[in-house]
Design a protein around this ligand. Structure first.
Ligand SMILES: C[S@@+](CC[C@H](N)C(=O)[O-])C[C@H]1O[C@@H](n2cnc3c(N)ncnc32)[C@H](O)[C@@H]1O
Length: 279
């Protein structure tokens, strides 16, 4: 498979640290990563947020919109859902997902909404890419309504996700630290104390939990391809390097492959909910 044909500007390693992908990667992300990994969390995260019929929800760092879509189903016609993301490739895919959701370009650090605009402000697997997490959390609290809640989910640390722990080590060895760092970036708010520190600036009662989860890819080829082409590695790895990585993954990551050829391993998340204006 060749790399992105629709890309106009090459992305940089800084883009990888900020979780920025090209349009083709956003499509691969939605087609393969969402069902394999991200799609199992919106219900759990929205339960934690107590998002229900009739409320307004802002999804910060919505990506291709998997959480916003589940939120729209929950809140019904009486509610409102806005998905915000800085990445146009992600938003282009999100716009195809649902008409009733408002899709908005922007960053968490400067939210284009008035004070108290949303009953629930929710963000899954995006906070690790905020350039200024303190400013972002301040903004997130600002747009939460009195009596509302802020809910943030992050991946638990790499060591609790054995498939990714092994994959990062393999990528480091085969392709170097720059590529490995792009794959490590999603796991950097990975402990209960990390996520407590992230939401610690918000005044109000908080609750932190671990959410069980698992990565499930159809095959080892699909796993490698999704990691390489559906995320920020897409711009750091050429086809030849992808083939080399796959050869080694077949040999060295076979412990994650089941008898039917599919791949599965634990991929837990952390979730924190705070009611910032309740004190
Ligand atoms: C791993 S994706 C998660 C997307 C989506 N929440 C999901 O669960 O599929 C991380 C997202 O965070 C977004 N992001 C990066 N920096 C951001 C920022 N400063 N503010 C808001 N979102 C940001 C990226 O563009 C990307 O879409």
């Amino acid at each position: 498979m060749t790399n992105d044909s629709s890309r106009t500007t090459p992305l940089s390693t800084g883009d990888a640290a900020r979780g920025q992908v090209n349009t083709t990667a956003a499509e691969i992300y939605d087609e393969f990563f969402v069902p394999a990994l991200f799609g199992q969390f919106p219900e759990k995260v929205l339960d934690h947020a107590a998002a229900h019929d009739g409320v307004s929800v802002l999804d910060v760092g919505c990506g291709t919109g998997v959480l916003a879509a589940e939120a729209a189903r929950r809140v019904g016609k009486g509610g409102r859902v806005v998905g915000l993301d800085p990445n146009e490739g992600m938003l282009a895919v999100a716009r195809r997902r649902a008409d009733e959701i408002e899709w908005q370009g922007g960053v968490a650090e400067a939210l284009p909404f008035g004070d108290g605009s949303f009953d629930r402000v929710v963000s899954q697997f995006s906070a690790m890419f905020f350039v200024d997490a303190t400013a972002a959390m301040k903004e997130i609290a600002r747009v939460a309504a009195p009596g509302g809640a802020v809910t943030v989910a992050t991946w638990a640390e790499l060591e609790r996700s054995p498939g990714y722990d092994a994959m990062v080590r393999l990528v480091d060895d085969e392709l170097g630290s720059e590529a490995a760092d792009a794959l490590r970036a999603p796991f950097t708010i990975g402990t209960e104390s990390d996520i407590a520190a992230l939401v610690g600036s918000l005044d109000g009662p908080s609750r932190i939990d671990v959410l069980d989860g698992a990565a499930r890819f159809e095959s080892i080829e699909r796993w490698v391809h999704t990691d390489v082409r559906g995320w920020t590695l897409a711009d750091l790895i050429d086809d030849e390097a992808e083939t080399r990585l796959l050869d080694r993954a077949r040999r060295e990551l076979s412990s994650f492959v089941l008898a039917d050829g599919s791949v599965t391993f634990a991929a837990p998340a952390l979730v924190a909910t705070v009611s910032p204006h309740s004190c």
